[in-house]
Design a protein around this ligand. Structure first.
Ligand code: 26V
Length: 840
């Protein structure tokens, strides 16, 4: 097979070369015949999709192997991104686009009588993640390839990804996500890349040459088998691997049991091993205590570290230089065991002295924190830890001794300080704190937005920051524009290319060229046409999926994200109820027509979040069918939110709801995707919303509600929720309607718990922010009525979002944390205001 240099293929927009076209057609037909085993007469659409995917994969593999060899020969430092979640979505058009092969494949498939768009939809989403954290990992993989950083992602190849959501009678129901049932054309099973991962047993200590030597005698062995998925960077110059581990037993059939006819017993071990990679854990409840989750964490950490150590030894022959050649990024605390495991590898298996091993470990690892919510911070009962990972517990104790000695030096006699920084939580049952472990074992710890990183220093990691100052740094999240602009919104991409030139695809800072057209009538018209076409497509989808008719010229108001109390979908639906009541009070007024679009999954065991979904659907049922409203308010809850659905909703949004209780959303990335696609944000000063405001300008975003400081103060004071309600008749009326069964006439008590929570606890300050939110929404209505001004603000949002490219984020990680070079490319020029220190 020959190499396929990029220049063989047309740049976007250019006519497709005949030679390339016939080559691709031939390749697809050959795959259909030889890899799928079908001829054109018998091929199903899915067969065609697979044939096309395999033809594309061949072309990617050439790039991949070339890049691998080049990086290896040059002895380049590598980044290893350890994450239990990669929320990738579909890869077909993403890879085509990055390879520059979208036009030629589209033409080839057209000639063969199948539509690319039709085939595209047959690929199941790879939903190996819960939400923002997993999608960030996917964006980062793409940006690392784009910036030519030699990198590997490491994770678990779950048999079932995040559950499929079906809405039945308004209630969420969960079904398994069987994404692998038709095979996966992107992955390569590496049957020869297998590692043993051990669990349980006991530890022996012997003396050897005057040194204590630990020997772990494990009780159980599981095998990790590698599956590689190539991740193509922009323009296809670099391809990196996402290596996902699958678990199996080294002993698939226990012969003794088999021979006595105990067939279940004979495969029990295999089932126990395979359970490790069966499913993705939903981030619903406090993580402690779930043994299978801890097994997942150690399984993938151990396999990944063995793999990277082996790779390093093959290149360098010794481990002393590990930190010079490898940067290991821990995506949240889920891979925190890497601290103890790397120490074990260095000390127990490679005879390093403890102190030297520790230096290497800290220099190699770095950790990203993604949440400050106390219930989300991982801890594991010491007893469980000891049973599963006895040697690692010893190592953690020893790290802790040294670490607490430093604490004692720093704050002599301060018992509280020691207790707060300790790796072991001694209150209640003893627990290992994974956040503390990751912090102590890393040279850099980062938050994911400016405010979040500041809050890390003030709250959860206050004392650790005192002990290890200068370790905490901020890396504000970003998103890949290839997927979230070019693929999701080709109309807007074309407009940008025509206005700013082709170079805009490589240099997003050129977006700012559209600023000069922001008030131009003709340009505004074109910009609105793009949005309108996207809204037509979404309206069609809403019609198909929900049988709800929505007006594509109405304001599309979008809240799409996991359903969680702190994200406050409840605030949004309360405002919808209040608006509904206001319209009913004065039906003759010229209300701005609005479609409120919701999508998101609630974790299966999160009952309150599931009740919120039911409330949204019940309110929709009443509002959508009320003749007084006459279609001026519609509510649509789109089921089964995933990456592919996001790609349809985001380009069609006018308004982006980012309304979390201030201080609780670490960053948000949906906020960036929506603003990039021209939606105005209505939001609190939380997470990256703050930086979005700094970039797009305060006049082009609608900020409301309490700030993080206010929230903290009011929590301390003990907020009187009922008093807040007394002072807001509008809020009181909306809550009363819910409680009286206005939306659940057949079951008036259905939402009693929501009424109760709002009246008596209101931990998330929904009531306290309600009036401010309602007013901000009415101000949005007023803005919408002056379309040229709205459009201008929308254009300025697009123009000023380039800083939120994950390429920028990855450049920062590369410079400050990983110390690896990046492809010298166009530097994203920072949007003026924020970078020059001024707020607009
Ligand atoms: C986990 C849990 C588990 C226990 C119950 C409550 C709860 C709530 C949230 C979480 C999320 C954990 C980590 C996470 O997904 N963080 C998200 O990371 C994104 C990427 O950095 C960021 O944009 C989101 O703001 C942040 O919530």
């Amino acid at each position: 097979m020959t190499e396929h240099p990029l220049q063989n293929y047309p740049a976007p927009g250019q006519p497709v070369d005949e030679l390339a076209l016939s080559e691709i057609k031939g390749a697809i037909l050959a795959k259909l015949r030889l890899a799928i085993g079908k001829d054109t007469g018998m091929a199903t659409k899915r067969d065609w999709y697979k044939a096309a995917a395999l033809a594309l994969r061949d072309r990617i593999v050439h790039r991949w192997l070339t890049a691998e060899k080049e990086n290896y020969d040059a002895g380049r430092k590598r980044v290893y991104y350890l994450s239990l979640e990669f929320l990738i979505g579909r890869l077909f058009t993403d890879a085509l686009n990055n390879m520059g092969l979208l036009p030629v494949f589209e033409a080839a498939l057209g000639d063969l009588g199948v539509g690319l768009d039709e085939l595209r939809k047959l690929e199941p989403d790879a939903a190996l993640g819960n939400g923002g954290l997993g999608r960030l990992a996917a964006c980062f993989m793409e940006s690392m390839a784009t910036l030519a950083i030699p990198a590997n992602g490491y994770g678990i190849r779950y048999d079932f990804g995040l559950f499929r959501q079906i809405i039945q009678n308004g209630w969420q129901q969960e079904y398994p996500d069987v994404w692998l049932s038709f095979g996966n054309p992107w992955e390569f099973q590496r049957a020869e890349v297998v590692y043993h991962v051990y669990f349980g047993g006991r530890v022996e200590h012997v003396e050897e040459g005057g040194r204590d030597r630990a020997i772990w005698r494990p009780g159980e062995t599981v095998q990790a088998v590698a599956y590689d998925t190539p991740i193509v960077g922009w323009r296809g110059q670099q391809v990196n691997a996402l290596r996902l581990w699958s678990a199996r037993s080294p002993d698939p059939l226990r012969l003794d049991a088999f021979n006595t006819g105990d067939y279940i017993g004979a495969v029990a071990e295999e089932a126990r091993a395979e359970a490790i990679c069966k499913f993705l854990y939903p981030n619903d409840e406090s993580p402690a205590g779930r043994e299978l989750r801890l097994r997942q964490e150690y399984f993938f950490v151990s396999a990944s570290l063995q793999d990277l150590v082996k790779r390093h030894l093959a290149a360098d022959g010794q481990l002393r230089s590990l930190a010079q050649k490898a940067a290991v990024q821990l995506n949240d605390t889920h891979p925190s065991l890497a601290v103890a495991e790397l120490m074990r590898i260095l000390v127990d298996l490679h005879n390093f002295r403890w102190d030297e091993a520790w230096k290497i470990t800290v220099a190699t690892l770095s950790y990203t924190n993604h949440t400050l919510l106390p219930e989300a911070l991982e801890t594991w009962p010491v007893e469980l830890f000891e049973r599963l990972l006895p040697r690692h517990l010893e190592i953690i104790y020893r790290i802790n001794v040294q670490h607490l000695a430093l604490a004692e030096q720093r704050c002599p006699g301060d018992i509280e300080f020691r207790a707060s920084v300790s790796l072991i939580d001694e209150r209640g049952g003893r627990k290992v704190r994974m956040g503390q472990l990751a912090f102590v074992g890393s040279h850099r710890i980062n938050g994911v937005s400016a405010m979040h990183s500041d809050l890390m220093k003030e709250t959860v990691f206050h004392d650790l920051n005192h002990l290890y100052p200068s370790r905490i740094t901020n890396k504000t999240n970003g998103i890949t524009f290839r997927r979230w602009l070019m693929l999701a919104n080709p109309g807007l991409t074309d407009l940008l290319r025509e206005t700013c030139g082709e170079a805009v695809l490589d240099d997003f800072s050129l977006f700012e060229m559209i600023e000069q057209h922001a008030s131009d009538n003709a340009f505004q018209q074109r910009f609105r046409n793009v949005k309108h076409r996207n809204k037509l497509a979404l309206a069609r989808l809403i019609g198909e999926r929900l049988n709800t008719k929505v007006d594509p010229s109405a304001l599309f108001d979008v809240q799409i994200k996991r359903i969680h109390e702190y994200k406050r979908q409840l605030l949004n639906i309360l405002e919808a109820i209040a608006l509904y009541q206001a319209i009913k009070d004065e039906p003759q007024r010229d209300w701005v027509p609005r479609v409120k679009i919701f999508a998101g999954k609630a974790a299966a065991s999160y009952r309150y979040a599931k009740l919120i979904i039911k409330l949204i659907n019940d309110v929709a049922e009443i509002v959508n069918n009320d003749p007084d409203i006459a279609g001026r308010l519609k509510i649509a809850f789109l089921p089964d939110y995933n990456v592919s659905l996001a790609e349809v909703i985001i380009p069609a949004a006018d308004l982006s709801e980012q309304i979390s209780t201030a201080g609780m959303e670490a960053s948000g990335t949906g906020n960036m995707k929506l603003a990039l696609n021209g939606a105005l944000t209505i939001g609190t000063l939380d997470g990256a919303n703050i930086e979005i405001r700094d970039h797009v300008g305060a006049e082009n975003i609608a900020i409301f509600g309490m700030e993080a400081g206010d929230v903290m103060v009011r929590r301390k004071q003990g907020l009187d929720a009922s008093d807040v309600i007394r002072r807001s008749p509008r809020l009181a009326r909306a809550i009363t309607a819910i409680e009286s069964g206005a939306f659940s006439p057949g079951d008036p008590a259905r939402f009693a718990s929501i009424g109760h929570a709002l009246r008596y606890l209101d931990h998330y300050m929904v009531g306290a922010d309600f009036d401010s939110y309602y007013e901000a929404q009415r101000a949005i209505d007023a803005r919408w009525q002056v379309m040229p001004a709205w459009t201008r603000a929308s254009i300025l949002n697009v123009a000023r979002m380039p800083w939120f490219s994950s390429d920028r984020t990855i450049r920062e990680y590369a410079e400050d944390i990983w110390h690896v070079p990046v492809r010298p490319g166009p530097q994203v020029v920072h949007a003026a205001g924020a970078q020059r220190g001024g707020k607009r």
